[in-house]
Ligand binder design. Sequence first.
Ligand code: ZN
Ligand code: ZN
Length: 1018
Amino acid sequence: MDKFVHLHLHTEYSAGDSIVRINELMDEAKALGMDALAITDHGTMGGVHKFWSAAREHGIKPIIGCELYVKDDKTRTHLTVLAKNKNGYLSLVKAVNLANSRGLEDRDIFELKDVIVLSGCMSGKIPRLILGNEIEKAREVARAYKERFGEDFYIELMRTGLKEQIALNETLVDIAKSLNIKTVATNDVHFLKKEDALTHGLFVSMNRNMKWDGNVAYGSDHYYLKSAGEMRKLFEDLPQSVENTNEISEKCEEYDLFVDIKLPFSSDRDCETLKEKIGNVSDDRKKRLDRELKLIESKNFCRYFLTVSEIIDYAQKAGILIGPGRGSSVSSLVAYLLGITTIDPLKHDLIFERFLNESRTEDPDIDIDVEDNARDDLILGLAQKYGTNNLAQVGSYGTLGSKAVIRFTGKSLGVNERVIEDLAWRVSGYDSIGKAIVENQEFRRISKSDEVKALVSYALKLEGLIHHKTIHAAGIVLSDGDLTNLIPMTFDGKRWITEFDMESLADLGITKIDLLGLKTLTNIKETLGGKAKREDLMNIPIDDERIYEILKSGNTSGIFQLESASASALTKKLAPENFNDIIALLSLNRPGPIYSGIADEYIRRRHGGAVMKDEFGLDKILGETYGMIIYQEQIMKIAMEIANFSESQADLFRKAISKKDPAIMRDLKEKFVNGAISKGYSENMALKLFDSISNFASYGFNKSHSVAYAYITAWTAYLKATMPANFMVSLMNSNISDPAKLSIYKKELERLHVKVLPPDINESRALFYSEGKNVRTGFAAIKGIGINLGRMIEEERIRGKFENFLDFLSRMKKKVNSKSLEILILSGAFDSTDPNRKYLIDNMEGLIDLSEGGLKMIQQQLFGSEERKALPPIENYPDYSPSEKIKLQRQYVDLLFDLEGDDFEKVMERGHGRVAFQIFERDGLIFATDGKNELPFSYERPLREGEMYEGEFVVKNGNVILSRLISSSNETYIYLKDPSEIDSYISRISDMKDHRLIFKISNFYIILEDKTFKEEEG
Ligand SMILES: [Zn+2]
Ligand SMILES: [Zn+2]
């Protein structure tokens, strides 16, 4: 027999270390005539299911194993372990879970059952001892393994071209002989072919974030899938070590990876419990309920429904807000009656079979929306409820996308960053680099240039490989037993995460439950004071006319699902007048209906445009949508009523027609036409109807989902209309690190006449909050000041306001570094206590010294016994000029300014533009500044200093002048040289309602409100 089985092999699941893709591996193994293959990734079994199924598809026997990491004094050693059967597989899974939580120890290895142990690579314990010249110790370890595993322990020999291996192998063979242990040859596979060695070398450097030195990794190009012939030749002198690979392969049985994971508390009584929980219903619902229950029972989904409802009950008790429902499960009356959803499907005419039917083979899929801030709490709470080992979050793998692989490869190759970014930009919008090369001539040309030729060719080879492990955004797995005995996982200190991804879990029949974080729920809850429950939301009147007013106006920023510019335009055009309009709007608000013109046609008909004659008698089904198919449920209903399809046939029809598979379509067309004929339609009519359905079908949307989300849309519109400041504050807080979004919301606030106040050391909180009629900027919105520091400032202030900068320093000194201090000063946070920003910046060190020394220091300064230089007096210390101030402030809180605006330079260049500016007075003259340049400013109505304005500027006679003020406050600010001018101004203003007139004469302010005077010193 001239066979050889690779028993030490890394796939791409050894993340960052191997470039072996499982399917390519199987093809190559097949081509080399191999009929068995092992997988031994580093410390993980994440790839074993994919490996197992691909191997079986290719007629190759999968041998499941792992290169385990075992704790050793200071470091960790490697050990190759293979499962002999299912029991061994589960034993190995358990070991990996131990390794991934508390770490594996030697004694854990001895607990392994039904496995074959190979002594490992050069990092194995035995080889390490030998290389460290502790040969007797090595022999002892080998003896211990032999005693424990007997014939299933092998001394592993590698000849991968490393010098150290020569002497090492001699000793290994020697120990093997002396202890009567068999040897086995392996090749530690990390790439498929010899010519992949350099690509692998680059990949390894790349994942260590290092510049590539141009060499192969681990000092050799031998780590490829060598043929049996090559391996035999390599071990010519030790033929038994090659023969033993076959022996081991034969010892390993073929088995499946299925495990029996039941949901918690599963019992034979589940369906009765479910019925008990639902209780009695009125007669008109009985028929529907029975139909649903029959199906749920026949599919064995009772426990699933119970579990989901338990999760929701738990969340409600914990005060965690859950959404009204999402996806097709909203169509289930059972889900409604169990409180899984809060929407009555009968009220909205939703078909249950869209969610579950006879033909459906997969698990039901009830997705749960959870307020995003509390999603993690919910998961950890559930872990406590069901047991930490009985719950896992679903893991997932991040792969190298086209852009990422270009960036990583380019960086590792040391290509100029600008060139890399250019290439990354060019590839975006294409599915892959290969596609971009084929479809984009310019990209093709550039990819051949000397500068990036190598980059592109390596990136092509690495694209799509696994890069890192992450957590799936939604899924959790729940079990009535200890999952650590059943599936490989990692532990992050709080919860388990499966090493199998979603597809692997589904393939293995493991049910997952999706908990999705939804920011909007957090916003709604916060707007309502932080305590809102689902019932409170259901009490919001969805037909309140203020909802429809705000939607019609198109001011949809912050309104659920309608935030984008295109959604806002569509909303304005559709001009919703009732809740059904919102449902339709959400269904139409997708690229398909918008670009196909279906949305426009719908809007035309909605507003009285002529509707074509209903030649098919479909008015009952399509009447609510003016004769158009916009919901998938309508397709199902047509199939049932016209073509006599059963509910589950109708659902298949719905699925097939939207996928537009020609073969299935042909088959369906025949069935449809025959069905319609049997119902009395002519063949001609049936064909016509089929064609018109198939044209529209792909644009149809899941109505159940639209109904559920239309509720959230209506709620957010209601809150925005009735509690604008609170609502916008909550939106700003959930987007606090997204300047672009903040700027949109700030504009919306301005439109609503709510002002955003600058940060203030004594007024700001960590987050935004509404302060009277205005909104105060939160510390976390200042670039470089995190939410944590913001919270600490807030906390310290409980003991009293900060008197000034020095007081702040002495109370906060341990918590704030000088960079944060600088940012706080420049962002204007100390303006209310210490208005001279430049003084604080220039003398920060001295001020810090002073605050540290406290009183003693002041005394020392006073009595001159201190060598440190005294602080300069603050009187007459020059502050930054107004434009400098803005420029510096803008770096940290550009929210206060207009992000998209131009500046005065642009206006000069272009002749016009929109600029955000401030006004200041210098030597009796008024200037405007955009933070960079200053210009003499005049306007019919003087403006107040220190406020941001927005205006349209034009160039006239070489000067930039204001042509129109866009935003303005209800204050007019007037600079006077002489008090006698006051009267002439007052006489020009007829209406003083809600308006303040402020005169400034030298340092003296006169404030006029409702034509009464107040005086203040400024
Ligand atoms: Zn190793
Ligand atoms: Zn290895």
